[in-house]
Ligand binder design. Structure first.
Ligand code: NAP
Length: 310
């Protein structure tokens, strides 16, 4: 039987990725929507998740596509109503709240799927396989994009819990922690926070996994073509994940891999986790971001005005 999904929050990612994926993946279907502002034709629509849960007891699962701040209350309402739960990345605004969700889901025997869409990019498995048996020396991450292009009008990214440039940067950390075999730790973090904002517009991280040095550069001030790249240097050569994990090259040779279908893979996995009665909730990337905020050096930089030219 197909799993009915209630979608909550019809913003940029819900429209661009969740709706098409729900259309495409067999065994799941869009059953209802909760949105403060929008409706979809032919679909039961509610102003918030509580109204959806109350009116639609047959909707077995909820997918939250809202900003991380405030998502905890929505998530707890879902679990307390006995529904399976899928979370957009980052899974929450704090580590303590996501651990609470994990415990609640386990206590109720429900599936909790904390998604990391970049881990589902087509090149990530190839990179992990290639790294197995390699003597890794160094990793360099360049994650640079134009915040005006990718996050127009999103005030929440600048507010506490919104992560700032770590909103995209955590995607790189989710790939990093999926392909390396040793745990990653933060050595040093420098965070550039625009005057009057709560979150960084750029960040540089020094990390280690065993003895391997990892440097990450996250920057939201890059105009023109974006760069979402992780480069691995080993004793015998190098490899590069590009385009957020969609492209993988070994010593400059692009490897044949499938087209990326990140969100289709996420919904397939959610469907399968629910069928098997399992959860998938790895908070490692969020923990690294929390460590960067806890241990990072703050540098105040020029105010960010979204309306001004980059
Ligand atoms: P967005 O465009 O701002 O949409 C978020 C939606 O959540 C809003 O449209 C709104 O939908 C709902 N919402 C509920 N409470 C809100 C509040 N207090 N403030 C703002 N919106 C609120 O954000 P998004 O880019 O879709 O991101 C949502 C989540 O997906 C984030 O965790 C983000 O990291 C993740 N994500 C985004 C992208 C991307 O490229 N944009 C990619 C991957 C993952 P209603 O008006 O329907 O209630």
């Amino acid at each position: 039987m197909s799993l009915g999904i209630g979608l909550v929050g019809l913003g940029a990612i819900a429209r661009a990725q969740h709706l098409p994926a729900l259309d495409r993946v067999t065994g799941v279907h869009l059953a209802a929507l909760a949105s403060r502002n929008a409706t979809l034709p032919g679909l039961p629509c509610y102003p918030d998740v509580d109204a959806l849960l109350a009116a639609q007891p047959d909707v077995g699962a909820i997918s939250l596509c809202t900003p991380p701040q405030g998502r905890f209350e929505q998530a707890m309402a879902v679990l307390r109503a006995g529904r399976h739960l899928m979370l957009e990345k980052p899974p929450g605004a704090t580590l303590s709240e996501v651990e609470t969700l994990r415990a609640e889901a386990a206590h109720r025997g429900l599936t909790l799927f904390a998604t990391w869409h970049s881990r589902a990019a087509a090149g990530v498995d190839a990179a992990r396989n290639w790294l197995t048996g390699q003597s890794l020396r160094k990793v360099m991450i360049d994650w640079r994009e134009d915040v005006r292009k990718w996050h127009p009008g999103q005030d929440w990214i600048w507010q506490a819990g919104g992560l700032g440039v770590f909103d995209p940067g955590i995607n790189a950390l989710s790939i990093l922690t999926a392909v390396l075999h040793d745990p990653v730790r933060i050595i040093r973090a420098d965070l550039q926070v625009p005057k009057g904002r709560q979150t960084p517009i750029a960040a540089q991280l020094e990390m280690r996994a065993a003895d391997v040095a990892i440097h990450a550069d996250f920057d939201w001030r890059k105009t023109g073509e974006e760069l979402w790249r992780i480069r691995f240097e080993t004793a015998d050569g190098s490899a590069t994940l590009d385009q957020g994990g969609a492209r993988f090259a070994i010593d400059g040779q692009v490897q044949p891999i499938a087209e990326s279908a990140e969100y289709a893979r996420l919904y397939e996995r959610f469907r399968d986790l629910v069928a098997r009665g399992e959860s998938d909730a790895d908070f490692t990337p969020l923990r690294l971001v929390a460590d960067a905020f806890m241990n990072g050096r703050l540098h105040q930089v020029a105010p960010f005005d979204e309306a001004a030219d980059g």
